[in-house]
Write a protein that binds this ligand. Structure first.
Ligand code: MD3
Ligand code: FE
Length: 223
């Protein structure tokens, strides 16, 4: 018998905000409230370095639409979309260079969150970095471009809060609406891994660290 909830409450400085709480969403999906809060300033410094080498860009969908989310990547592979389709690419198509290396603090956070949610072996090789501004949205989709769908996805929310849409295994399933705030981490695995999901248009606001932006990191085992 383990008392994980109580472990969270008196964890000293292991990435949990004091009182960090684990909130199960569905089979295989769990929100770790505030898990990345103390690490956030360091994550933002690393993101600044990454966008110096691999700048934000609005990718084009295979259907020819410009995504309202701005994206970049770090790690051994990055998610890219263009007229030819979606794929993981070891190089940034803008520069032809490898994506920036995944910072140790990113990898450490993602593996600790996954372990906390019961995925002890998670070894992410890709981190997609999404930037939202007021009005930016992400329409309902599944993440199925990764080779091994048994690996979870770990997501980290920074900056302005968002309403996350968490649907079922069919596009037509009415999604639940979940508020994700600065420092929240979600682990999506098991039966939730192929759930349809999206992000409602971002509401305006002013975040102390990020101003009018929300940044989301998703850690994946892509290759
Ligand atoms: C549920 N990003 O990059 S993260 C994406 O906030 C993406 O930027 C959103 O969806 C964002 O593909 C949501 C949460 C998330 C990520 C992957 C999932 C939820 C998921 C995969 C399966 C089920
Ligand atoms: Fe997704």
């Amino acid at each position: 018998m383990t008392f994980d909830l109580f472990d969270n409450l008196d964890a000293p400085d292991d990435g949990h905000a004091a009182g960090g709480v684990r909130e199960p969403l569905a089979d295989g999906a769990v929100v770790l409230r505030g898990f990345a809060r103390t690490l956030a300033p360091q994550l933002l410094d690393e993101i600044c370095v990454i966008i110096g080498r691999a700048p934000w860009r609005h990718m084009i969908t295979p259907g020819g639409l410009r995504m309202s989310v701005a994206m970049t990547n770090c790690g051994q592979a990055g998610w890219v979309s263009d007229r030819t389709g979606y794929r993981y690419d070891p190089h940034d198509p803008l520069s032809g260079e490898p994506w920036p290396v995944m910072p140790a603090a990113f990898l450490d956070l993602a593996t600790r969150a996954a372990a906390d949610a019961g995925f002890a072996e998670f070894a992410p090789d890709a981190c997609l970095i999404n930037r939202y501004e007021p009005g930016t949205r992400l329409s309902l989709h599944q993440d199925r471009d990764e080779r091994d769908l048994r690996a979870p996805i770990v997501s980290v929310s920074l900056g302005l809060p968002a309403v996350f849409l968490f649907g079922g295994l069919r596009r037509a399933d009415r999604p639940a609406r979940i508020r994700l705030a600065h420092g929240d981490v979600v682990v999506w695995g098991g039966p939730s891994r192929l759930a349809f999901h999206g992000v409602a248009p971002l509401a305006d606001g002013d975040h102390p660290l990020l101003g009018r932006e929300r940044i989301n990191l998703t850690f994946r085992k892509a290759m």
